[in-house]
Design a protein around this ligand. Sequence first.
Ligand code: SF4
Length: 68
Amino acid sequence: MPVINGISKPAGVRCVQLDEQDRCKLFGRPERPAVCGSLKPDPDMCGSSREQAMRWLGATEALTAPAC
Ligand code: SF4
């Protein structure tokens, strides 16, 4: 399994650090991977609803998925 900047999971797999409300259990803690803290939100990424954000995320995952 690839490990990129402290995250060890395949694309499309839910992070084990998410709680039941989809909140990061490591937020604000030093062990949170640096790549997570470096991600800056953008209106194009977040949209105006959770559904828009999830569509953007899904499209980004599809565009960056390794070729099979
Ligand atoms: S911010 Fe990083 S560690 Fe936290 S849930 Fe998201 S991917 Fe996982």
